[in-house]
Design a protein around this ligand. Structure first.
Ligand code: SF4
Ligand code: SF4
Length: 293
């Protein structure tokens, strides 16, 4: 059985200070640290035990986890399990990367977000080059705010050509920013899949791999189909946790985040991101596989 697991523990802290983020510069309290450490250890214990599952693990923390030693150790340990195919983390890429020497690098991938207000492009690029020299796969992304346009173009110019640069459509509150056709064209020339992210997909009643072959797990071990539907389907520490996995229709009106809609069956995005669905790395000819909207 293959299973992708998006793990989000009790962590709620970040070393950056993005103006739009609730975790900005929030330090970790001793209570949260203990809670998160225990939850992560229990999660690792579960993965350790379930050796007949082929896991792909994706850390999607509230905040930034990569600089934290317990997460570095978790990534390293998971990467050595024969039944773990892949370990992925969302990160701002500010962490020291020495810990990679403890990892089986071919199994790692990172979803790296560049925050132009928090780090100089040169420094971020140094980290990208470090990942590349370690032989670790990664995608890089930026929010497509109009004030970022120049940085986005400069980043594309300076990144190694083979690194995919995704651009997320900017949302003001719940509203999608009203890009002009010229702006859409500009961002599309940088990210050939940009338009995919400018839509809200009507998902209610639609079939989705979430809950069937991909699930989220929280700090209590509770299983949900995705980060956007709150219904708890089971718990990884219950003996019958596999019963939670079944095909279900989506209960939300819309799905508009890559980590969700990539699993919506009717969009047929698995061939587009084949080999890099979690870490958002398209197959070599991924954008050419897109159907017309
Ligand atoms: S890097 Fe990410 S988690 Fe940290 S403050 Fe910025 S948006 Fe929030
Ligand atoms: S379509 Fe989106 S919101 Fe609905 S179940 Fe799938 S991932 Fe979750």
């Amino acid at each position: 059985m293959n299973l992708s697991v998006l793990y989000r523990g009790a962590l709620e802290t970040c070393n950056y200070d993005c103006s739009y983020c609730p975790f900005a510069k929030r330090p970790e309290t001793p209570e949260k640290r203990q809670q998160d450490t225990e939850s992560l250890e229990k999660f690792l214990g579960w993965v350790r035990r379930e050796t007949d599952v082929q896991f792909s693990i994706f850390f999607t923390p509230w905040g930034e986890a990569l600089p934290i030693q317990r997460y570095q150790k978790a990534i390293a340990e998971l990467s050595h399990f024969p039944h773990v195919e892949k370990v992925v983390m969302q990160t701002n890429l500010s962490a020291r990367l020495d810990f990679l020497q403890e990892c089986q690098k071919g199994k790692l991938a990172f979803w790296c977000t560049y925050h132009p207000s928090q780090v100089k492009r040169e420094k971020f690029l140094q980290q990208c080059h470090a990942l590349k020299s370690w032989g670790v796969r990664f995608s890089v992304g930026v929010v497509g705010k109009p004030s970022h346009f120049q940085e986005i173009q400069d980043l594309r110019r300076d990144l190694p050509e083979e690194v995919y640069l995704w651009v997320n459509a900017y949302q003001k509150g719940s509203q999608m920013y009203p890009y002009t056709p010229e702006q859409t064209q500009l961002l599309g020339s940088i990210d050939p899949l940009f338009e995919l992210n400018t839509r809200k997909y009507a998902s209610r009643g639609k079939s989705c791999f979430a809950g069937e072959t991909v699930v989220t797990v929280d700090e209590h071990g509770d299983i949900r189909r995705c980060h956007f539907v709150d219904q708890v389907l089971g718990n990884i520490h219950a003996p019958d946790w596999r019963n939670a996995l079944q095909s279900r229709a989506c209960s939300r009106r819309f799905c508009d985040c890559h980590i969700g809609y990539v699993h919506l069956k009717e969009l047929e995005l698995y061939p587009v991101f084949e080999g890099g669905i979690l870490e958002r790395i398209p197959a070599e000819k991924g954008s050419g596989l897109l159907r017309s909207p």
